[in-house]
Design a protein around this ligand. Sequence first.
Ligand SMILES: NC(=O)c1ccc[n+]([C@@H]2O[C@H](COP(=O)([O-])OP(=O)(O)OC[C@H]3O[C@@H](n4cnc5c(N)ncnc54)[C@H](OP(=O)(O)O)[C@@H]3O)[C@@H](O)[C@H]2O)c1
Length: 275
Amino acid sequence: MNNRQLINGVEIPAIGYGTGMPSDEARTCVSEAIRTGYRLIDTAEMYHDETGVGQGIKDTKIPRNEIFISSKLNNPIRNYDETIAAFNQSLKDLQTDYLDLFLIHWPNPSDIRPNWEKRNAECWRALEDLYLQGKIRAIGVSNFWVHHLKALEKTQRVAPMVNQLLLAPGEKQEEVVAYCKQHNIQLEGYSPLGKGKIMNVDLLKQIADTNGKTPAQIALAWSMVHEFIPLPRSTKATRMKENYETLDVRLSAQQIDQIDQLDGVLGKSANPDLI
Ligand SMILES: NC(=O)c1ccc[n+]([C@@H]2O[C@H](COP(=O)([O-])OP(=O)(O)OC[C@H]3O[C@@H](n4cnc5c(N)ncnc54)[C@H](OP(=O)(O)O)[C@@H]3O)[C@@H](O)[C@H]2O)c1
C-alpha cells in the first residue's frame, strides 16, 4: 500500500521524506530522495530550506503533479493577512503555484501566548480560504493536542485533514491519536526514528535480527501498522533507500505488541503549551 487517502479524497504517499537541513544540502538530498522513490516531501518555513527543496524537486524533472509537497506555517505568524503572505512566500521559494498540504506548525508558540486560540482560528481561516480557492489540496495542523483541536472546531468551516505529531516506538500519544482517528484526521509521524536514537533500542535490534531487517525499518514498519505516515530524514543515500524499503516489511502481532510496550524508551514529546 503506497498511498493513503485523506478525508477529502486526496491521495497521500504512505511514507514521506523529512527535511530541515541547510538549503543547498536540501537540494541534493531531496533530488536523491525522489530518485529513491519518495513522492511526499515534508518541509516548513521554519527550516529555511524551501528554496533548496523546490530546486531539488525541479532538478529531478519529474512532473509537479507526481510529487506531494507539504510545508508548514511559521510560528511568529499571527493573523489572516500574515498567513496569506507567508503562504505566498512558500510558493515562491518552492517554485510552485500550489501546495499539496499546508500545516499550522505549532498550536501555541511561546511569543503568541496566551492568545493561541484566536491566532489559530485566524490563521486557519486563511488556510481554509486558500484551500477553497484550490491553492492547497489539503490543510492540517502539527503538534496539536486534543484541546487545540477542540478549540479550532468552534470556528472551523473545514476540518483539519492531517495532524503531524512526534510518533515513534516509545511515543504513541494515545489520547490525541485516538481523537484524530475518530475524526478521520490522518496522522503523520515526525522523528519516526527517535531522531536516530531508535538504533540503540535492544528490542528493535532483536526484532531486526529475527526479520533480517534494520532497526530503522522495524520502527518505520511499526508506524505504518498504526496507520501513521512516517517522515524519516536522512542525508545519506543508502539510508534513504533503507528507510523507503520499509513499505514491504511485515511484523508479527507479537512483535507489534512488544514494540507498543516500549512506552517512554526515548523520552516523551514536548508539551506544545510549555515550550
Ligand atoms: N512538525 C514538527 O514539529 C516536526 C519536528 C521535527 C521534525 N519534523 C519532520 O520530521 C522529519 C524527521 O524528524 P527528525 O529529523 O527529527 O528525526 P528522525 O527522522 O527520527 O531521525 C533523523 C536522524 O536519524 C538518522 N537516520 C536516518 N535514517 C537512519 C537509518 N536508516 N539508520 C541510522 N540512522 C538513521 C539521521 O542521520 P543521517 O542524516 O546521518 O542519516 C538523523 O540523524 C524532519 O525531517 C521533519 O520533516 C517535524
